[in-house]
Design a protein around this ligand. Structure first.
Ligand code: AMP
Ligand code: GLY
Length: 406
């Protein structure tokens, strides 16, 4: 039997390992670095360095048939390039293609060239240069720092005073100033092979920390996956207006896109518009997606098996640590996992002195399904009630936006 290696150590990677461990194609599932939850489904290993070459050495030692990359950082750093150069199979984009996520300025320029619908925007060299341009966009206005910022480099300023207050707090470097779009957000992810792509089911993330989308943005406080988020016609429209032009332009640029391409969309009255591209699965979108995936994920990767979805919607609620998304406290003891009836994906946990403790901003992703969305939501929250740790907080309205479609 062949082995598979998953790179990363969060909830998305836990979901990947959990599903790959059920694949008939793999005898051994390895994760680097993994986490205590992943350790239940996979063998967790620490490479000598958390760099693309450290991961390659590990993949060679284990002689894995496939490597799947969870987070964006190793992709932007060129892990796919060095694995392919060494003749190793890996799921993800090259560093050149990963610029779609690594630089907001590159991504915006790319979308204009490819004719992909997106918000009107300009890029200026520094936060200071933005001051003279903000008025031409009206308010609210959206300000985006250029580089990777773990979902926290975007500011929506309600008026001029807020924009002037926020600009100096952005990191130095280019800023994208963007028209504010209204509508419902949808995460639309495809698995691409450079020329063609297989769409995954649509999901919705909940980025703000508080109920009813209040408070600052986070990496995502919960997600649900439900066949009713988009109609067949809407999915086809997104494939035609966003995915195919993107893949065609990437190929024409000499940087064909392979791996998971994630379009963060705003469904506006004028049709879907791209807010951002990511070059990987979303977290926590992946937890809800993989929970609902019926196909053998190993066969999806290695044998082009079609993506089939269970009819039941799935819901993932993130339990966050004290202080998140600001200064996070770690080391709080987690209890109740033993009796929790749902699938619990670990995001930021650690085993210390035989106790499981918090070790990051997003701690656990409690994931369950049900025959309809209302029941899936109820099942998930009743499972959440089993778990507790000091400072634990979560949104109580994950999935509620979807109820209007039932
Ligand atoms: P991004 O990292 O570009 O996806 O931005 C993070 C979040 O900011 C998005 O999920 C949206 O909620 C919000 N956002 C980004 N761009 C816009 C926009 N042009 N109009 C309205 N909201 C936006
Ligand atoms: N949940 C949003 C992201 O993964 O970027």
């Amino acid at each position: 039997m062949q082995n598979v290696l998953v790179i990363g150590g969060g909830g998305r990677e836990h979901a990947l390992c959990w599903k790959l461990a059920q694949s008939h194609l793999f005898g051994g599932v390895y994760a680097a670095p993994g986490n205590p939850g992943i350790a239940i489904a996979a063998r967790c290993l620490s490479p000598s360095t958390l760099t693309p070459s450290g991961y390659l050495t590990l993949a060679e030692e284990l002689d894995v048939a496939l490597t799947v990359v969870g987070p964006e950082a190793p992709l932007v750093d060129g892990i796919v390039d060095i694995f392919r150069a060494a003749g190793r199979r890996i799921i993800g984009p090259t560093a050149a293609a990963a610029r779609l996520e690594g630089s907001k300025a590159f991504s915006k320029d790319f979308m204009m060239r490819a004719g992909v619908p997106t918000a009107r925007a300009i890029t200026v060299p520094s936060p200071h240069d933005a001051i003279s341009h903000i008025d031409s966009f009206g308010f609210p206005v959206v300000l985006k720092a250029d580089g990777l910022a773990a979902g926290k480099g975007v500011i929506i300023a309600a008026d001029r005073a807020q924009a002037l207050d926020a600009l100096p707090k952005l990191p130095p470097g280019p800023v994208v100033i963007e028209q504010y779009l209204q509508g419902e957000e949808v995460s639309f992810i495809v698995l691409a092979d450079g020329l063609t792509a297989r769409p995954l089911a649509a999901t919705q993330d909940h980025k703000a920390v508080g109920d009813n989308d209040s408070g600052p943005n986070t990496g995502g406080m919960g997600a649900y996956c439900d066949g009713r988020i988009l109609t067949e016609a809407q999915s086809t429209d997104i494939m035609n207006s966003v995915v195919h032009p993107t893949l065609a332009q990437m190929a024409a640029d000499g940087t064909p896109f392979t791996g998971f391409l994630y379009a963060g969309l705003m469904m506006t009255p004028d049709g879907p518009k791209v807010l951002e591209f990511n070059v990987r699965l979303g977290d926590p979108e992946a937890q809800s997606l993989i929970h609902r995936l019926d196909s053998d994920l190993g066969a999806v990767f290695l044998e082009n098996e079609p993506l089939r979805w269970k009819p039941d919607p799935s819901v993932c609620v993130i339990l966050a640590a004290h202080g998140y998304p600001g200064q996070v406290r770690t080391g709080d003891i987690i209890s109740g996992l033993e009796t929790c009836p749902a699938t619990v994906f670990h995001s930021g946990t650690r085993l210390s002195a035989n106790a499981l403790t918090t070790d990051g901003g997003r701690v656990l992703g409690v994931t369950a399904s049900g025959p309809d969305l209302q029941t899936a939501i109820r099942n998930t929250y009743s499972a959440v009630n089993h778990i507790s740790f000091s400072g634990m907080h979560f949104r109580t309205d994950i999935g509620r936006k979807g109820l209007k479609r039932w």
